[in-house]
Design a protein around this ligand. Structure first.
Ligand code: PAF
Length: 256
């Protein structure tokens, strides 16, 4: 696995690959099985795989966890090497934002509501960085997790509007034995919070069956969640975001 820290190094790594399609997985690191499942799907779909790790400051509000976001670059690099990744791109802030951090593109209508109601800065930050990463990596296809289902819709819309020649592929959510969706933020949960967190998917599945999102919000509070941002139906899914202490968890399930 070649490591690139600048755009020039990235171009050199890409030139060293043979002919074939490049599949790309953008991440913020602290990789778990969920990310590795995206890498495996990327390997299936493309001839070569590039992964980036960049904790993007523009998608965090000042009060959010940008500073404390887990950064375990060496461990991540080992996991990616073991998965047979061809290129690991590790840019710094001055490489990705040489012009400062202003959002040069805005997220489209898919960003309306849900996450945006509670994190108004979030999707503009995501489209800004993903567009910049796409410009740097120039992949043929890119894989994003369905766990961030609204993000996946926002990125698909961005690619369509900007007419980027990139196939955006959604990968199924990876869950632990109890059904908890894997997330880098699960690392923040105490033992007790972990027990409660496992109810999120149970409640969303019930809401997908009954379409009763209000009952779902009440059930989450009864199970011990501290605050519910939303439980809502969209894109034939039930999506939810809820807090346990300082940790915000999101999840979604398909309506059948
Ligand atoms: O889903 C994430 O990890 C991030 O939002 C992404 C897509 C890597 C952009 O920073």
């Amino acid at each position: 696995m070649k490591i690139a820290r600048t755009i020039e190094e990235l171009d050199a790594c890409k030139s060293a690959l043979g002919n074939g399609t490049l599949a790309y997985v953008p991440t913020m690191g602290a990789l778990h099985e969920g990310h590795l499942s995206l890498v495996r799907l990327a390997k299936e779909k493309g001839d070569y795989v590039a992964v980036s790790i960049f904790v993007n400051p523009t998608q965090f509000a000042p009060h959010e966890d940008f500073d404390s976001y887990p950064r375990i670059e060496n461990e991540d690099a080992k996991s990616l090497e073991a998965e047979g990744v061809d290129i690991l791109f590790l840019p710094t802030e001055d490489i990705m934002y040489p012009d400062g951090k202003d959002s040069d593109i805005k997220a489209g209508s898919a960003a309306k509501g849900l996450e945006t109601t509670f994190r108004p800065h979030f999707f503009d930050g995501v489209v800004n960085i993903v567009n910049r990463l796409f410009n740097a990596v120039k992949p043929d296809l890119a894989v994003f997790g369905e766990k961030d289902f609204q993000q996946l819709q926002v990125i698909k819309q961005m690619v369509e509007v900007l007419e980027l020649p990139i196939d955006v592929i959604g990968a199924p959510i990876i869950r632990d034995k109890s059904g908890l969706a894997l997330s880098s933020r699960n690392l923040y949960l105490s033992e007790d919070e972990l027990v409660t967190s496992r109810k999120l998917n149970v409640v969303l599945r019930e809401a997908a069956r009954t379409s009763d999102t209000e009952a779902a919000e009440k059930a989450l509070l009864d199970y011990g969640f501290d605050k519910i941002d939303y439980v809502a139906m969209r894109w034939n899914r039930v999506l939810g975001a809820a807090w346990l202490g300082e940790t915000r968890l999101i999840d979604n399930v398909a309506v059948r």
